[in-house]
Write a protein that binds this ligand. Structure first.
Ligand SMILES: NC(=O)c1ccc[n+]([C@@H]2O[C@H](COP(=O)([O-])OP(=O)(O)OC[C@H]3O[C@@H](n4cnc5c(N)ncnc54)[C@H](OP(=O)(O)O)[C@@H]3O)[C@@H](O)[C@H]2O)c1
Length: 489
């Protein structure tokens, strides 16, 4: 990149900057992917000297930058990193920031500016209003992009209000709403897998696909995040953003190009075609559960009904997917940490081989392991040697580690920051898609507040979740996968 760029991180004294943003920017520097002339300016209210800030960031890079720390390289990187204390709620402070950035621009020529809002969601609106009030978003001397962290709203109404406020200051093309799942290599590979291979696309539809499972499980419990999590719960924390994004990539039509809007139009079409689960239907299509012990965690309200686990059944009302159930499941304090998409194909219409009475041939399935063991598995039937025609499912697998090496996969934030610097918004969520996703989860959350709600099930920490989730899928004749590429049917 040959354009000068200043990256301003709002929330520079916070956790995200320390653990993710500076390590990711440092990795980009090591890979020579930073612009020719660049500067990182960290801002928050805390008072640090430039050197104190750099020391703080150095410890983050040592711990989190994928083993890339090198003292010499760090010194060169750190020479471009400075810190300014400011209150983003104060327009005069923002004007002082502008004057500070202009000093760099006067010495180095006009610069683009990337403003990264690594701040609490309640501060997005004042931060953007004051970027506008202090004239920091004027693009006459270079582009001005604003990266907004998740969550974007806590329901449809608040997301719409935030979009309206943001659009008063910025044009949509200047806004980069992060969903860090989209920065994951395996998620991007889903597009390559589907649209750069001719083998699967012809069978990627209701004629051949039986059902789809999307799982995102965590072993950790709510821990010290109870203050944030209680009242938010799994649907807002995982389903509205990450899981619906994964679903849209599985279900979308082939975009005409790899341009941001071509891709984002197709995703928005999927969201529009998903049949909303109405409040009166939540007991039929959803499970809500809490792990035992959650309500005793520090920061959790007594008698909290916040769901730490959910299982959902969605349908997509279009030609490609009519009648194919999409099951989504996510939870905390479970037996395994895994994010996986599994596509189950229909069984053969007729089996000529002798089978034990009452048994069924296992379905072929394709498992896309998003994390932690990134890869793809395909399960198909093979003849057991030295038998007449006994069959067993066997696995054809691709692991990123084996093929590309153990350090091949960059941190999601590295890719997303690189794209935001290049002006490529493909992997960022557009305002309409955010609102469409809220339109899908709001009725579920509303239904959970009524008498039609399924009872709040309890599950044991370290288990695979509540029995009710098994019942939801067993009812349709299916069972959940248990860990990437590991399914017995
Ligand atoms: N941490 C993660 O792993 C993670 C993951 C996904 C998403 N996110 C999202 O990223 C954002 C930041 O998260 P975080 O964990 O880094 O939060 P955090 O540790 O609480 O940091 C918040 C930052 O905001 C600054 N700040 C607060 N009020 C300010 C003001 N008036 N003016 C200027 N700066 C102000 C704070 O610094 P001062 O107190 O010094 O002003 C601090 O640097 C949130 O939206 C979160 O949802 C975080």
């Amino acid at each position: 990149m040959n354009e000068n760029t200043i990256i301003v991180i709002f929330g520079a004294s916070g956790d995200l900057t320390h653990r993710k943003l500076i390590p990711a920017l440092y990795s980009l520097y090591v890979k020579k992917r930073m612009p020719d002339k660049w500067r990182i300016v960290g801002v928050s209210r805390s008072t640090f000297s430039d050197d104190e800030f750099r020391q703080n960031m150095e410890s983050g890079v040592k711990e989190f930058a994928n083993d890339k720390y090198n003292a010499g390289l760090w010194q060169k990187f750190a020479a471009n990193v400075t810190y300014r204390p400011l209150d983003l709620g104060d327009v005069a402070d923002m004007q002082r920031l502008d004057a500070y950035l202009r000093q760099f621009e006067e010495n180095n020529g006009p610069c683009n500016r990337l403003y990264y809002l690594a701040i609490a969601p309640r501060l997005y609106e004042p931060a953007i209003a004051n970027l506008g009030a202090a004239n920091l978003v004027d693009e006459s001397e270079g582009w001005r992009h604003v990266v907004i962290e998740k969550p974007f709203g806590h329901d449809l109404q608040s997301a719409q209000a935030l979009n309206t406020a943001v659009h008063q200051v910025l044009r949509e093309r200047q806004i980069y709403r992060i969903d860090h799942y989209l920065g994951k290599e395996t998620v991007q590979n889903l597009l390559v897998f589907r649209f750069a291979n001719s083998l699967f696309e012809p069978v990627w539809n209701r004629n051949y696909i039986d059902h789809v499972q999307i799982t995102a499980t965590e072993t950790v419990d709510v821990g010290h995040r109870a203050g944030y999590y209680d009242g938010v719960g799994v649907v807002r924390d995982m389903v509205q953003n990450h899981m619906l994004q994964l679903l849209s990539l599985v279900a979308m039509e082939p975009p005409a190009s790899f341009e941001a809007d071509a891709l984002r139009n197709e995703k928005a079409k999927v969201f529009s075609a998903i049949r909303p689960i109405q409040p009166h239907e939540v007991a039929k299509h959803t499970v809500r559960a809490q792990y035992r012990g959650y309500s005793e965690a520090e920061g959790v309200a007594p008698n909290s009904e916040t769901a730490t686990y959910t299982a959902l059944r969605f349908y997509i009302d279009n030609w490609r997917w009519q009648g194919v159930p999409f099951y989504l499941r996510s939870g905390k304090a479970l037996a395994d940490k895994s994010t996986e998409i599994t596509i189950f194909f229909k069984r053969p219409p007729h089996v000529m081989f002798p089978m034990p009475p009452g048994s069924k041939l296992a379905a072929n399935y394709l498992s896309i392991c998003v994390q932690p063991d990134e890869g793809i598995h395909f399960s198909f039937q093979a003849k057991v040697p030295d038998t007449a025609a006994d069959m067993r499912p066997v696995d054809m697998s691709f692991h990123y580690d084996d093929t590309f090496g153990p350090t091949s996969i960059p941190e999601a934030y590295e890719r997303l920051l690189f794209d935001a610097l290049k002006g490529d918004a493909s992997l960022f969520t557009r305002g309409d898609a955010i609102e469409l996703a809220w339109q899908l989860v709001d009725p579920i959350l509303a239904g959970w507040e009524t008498e039609a709600a399924p009872p709040l099930a309890l599950y044991e920490p370290g288990s695979w979740g509540p029995a009710e989730a098994d019942l939801l899928i067993n009812h349709d004749g299916f069972t959940w996968v248990q860990g990437c590429g590991n399914h017995d049917m």
